[in-house]
Ligand binder design. Structure first.
Ligand code: NAD
Length: 306
């Protein structure tokens, strides 16, 4: 994408680990900010990442990528939260909850008052729980704080189906819904390619096998290379682009549900319209009774951890 529209966006990425530094790099490559600030408690690591990304500036319109502190974050237009611990092989995302809740609470205490129009994109896991926590502690309207939710899982579904049908993945529509974790599920009633429902083209066994592949993908990657970061960085860039260009794009994110298919007052991955105020509205799809039951189960799991 070529963004020669002089975007005056200050984006702060908190956490310069595998995900945070790849997000900063991707935002630079896609020319999505005039200023990118990277913050991490590991000073040597963040310095190294910023130096490395700066080596690419002569090929980008973004000209300002630098190290920041918590005070620099408070007036950012967009904050991308990636700090915390990541899954180790064999761990679930929910195993991270206590450590990451403590880390994120201390970060927002340090940041203090945030600019009232700032939008916060939460990536740190378990993303549905951390998004809820940040909605509570940031003091911002809830629509301005949301998690990447099912963005990555739905992208995995779309690219798997694209390969299966030999069709470009942008032409595959549909969502993985629920917890960004083991209780997530493919809402096949939403999945179509070129106006044709995928559930009418595949046998049930194949649909189950594709769903399993999508759900296990993170584990498969982490077992082999220790972390996942390229896909999630593209998801964050897609969300950032929808915000700054006010695209009103439907993206599956983790935002506060208000009687969405019978689930209320927790954050879970559902399709939402993303524009320059954050979540403009949840997309009102009607799940079938089996999917509603799966959503309820996902909600019960998340609620236990809140
Ligand atoms: P990582 O360990 O490589 O990086 C985490 C970084 O956070 C480290 O550099 C660490 O120094 C920093 N950090 C810790 N405490 C901090 C603090 N108080 N202030 C600032 N920085 C602090 O981990 P990663 O692979 O980059 O993953 C980051 C998070 O993103 C994890 O929770 C992971 O599970 C999550 N993740 C989410 C998705 C998604 O789809 N939502 C995808 C991939 C990873």
């Amino acid at each position: 994408m070529d963004n020669k529209n002089n975007l005056e966006q200050k984006i702060a990425v908190i956490g310069a680990g595998a995900v945070g530094s790849t997000v900063a790099y991707t935002l630079m490559v896609k020319n999505l900010a005039s200023e990118i600030i990277l913050v991490d408690i590991n000073e040597e690591k963040v310095r190294g990442e910023v130096m490395d990304i700066n080596d690419g500036l002569s090929f980008s319109e973004t000209q300002n990528v630098k190290i920041g502190n918590y005070k620099d974050v408070a007036d950012a237009d967009i904050i991308v939260l990636t700090a915390g611990v990541a899954q180790k092989p064999g761990e679930t995302r929910l195993d991270l909850v206590v450590k990451n809740k403590n880390i994120i609470t201390s970060i927002f205490t340090e940041i203090g008052q945030i600019k009232s129009s700032t939008i916060i994109i939460v990536v740190s896991n378990p993303v549905d729980i951390i998004a809820y926590l940040v909605q509570e502690i940031s003091g911002l309207p809830k629509n301005q704080v949301f998690g990447t939710g099912m963005g990555l899982d739905s992208a995995r579904l779309r690219s798997n189906l694209a390969k299966r049908f030999n069709i470009e993945s942008e032409q595959v529509e549909g969502f993985v819904i629920g917890e960004h974790g083991d209780s997530e599920f493919v809402a096949w009633s939403t999945v179509s390619i070129g106006g044709k429902m995928v559930k009418d083209m595949l046998k049930e066994e194949e649909m189950n096998s594709i769903e399993e592949t999508v759900k296990k993908e993170a584990y498969e990657i982490i077992n082999r290379k220790g972390a996942t970061y390229y896909g999630i960085a593209m998801v964050v860039a897609d969300v950032v682009e929808a915000i700054i260009l006010n695209q009103n794009k439907i993206i599956p994110v983790s935002s506060r549900l208000n009687n969405w298919n019978g689930v209320d007052n927790i954050c879970l991955g559902t399709p939402a319209v993303i524009g320059n105020t954050g979540v403009v509205k949840l997309w009102p799809i009607e799940l079938n009774p089996i999917e509603k039951e799966k959503l309820k189960k996902s909600a019960e799991i998340i609620r236990q951890y809140l």
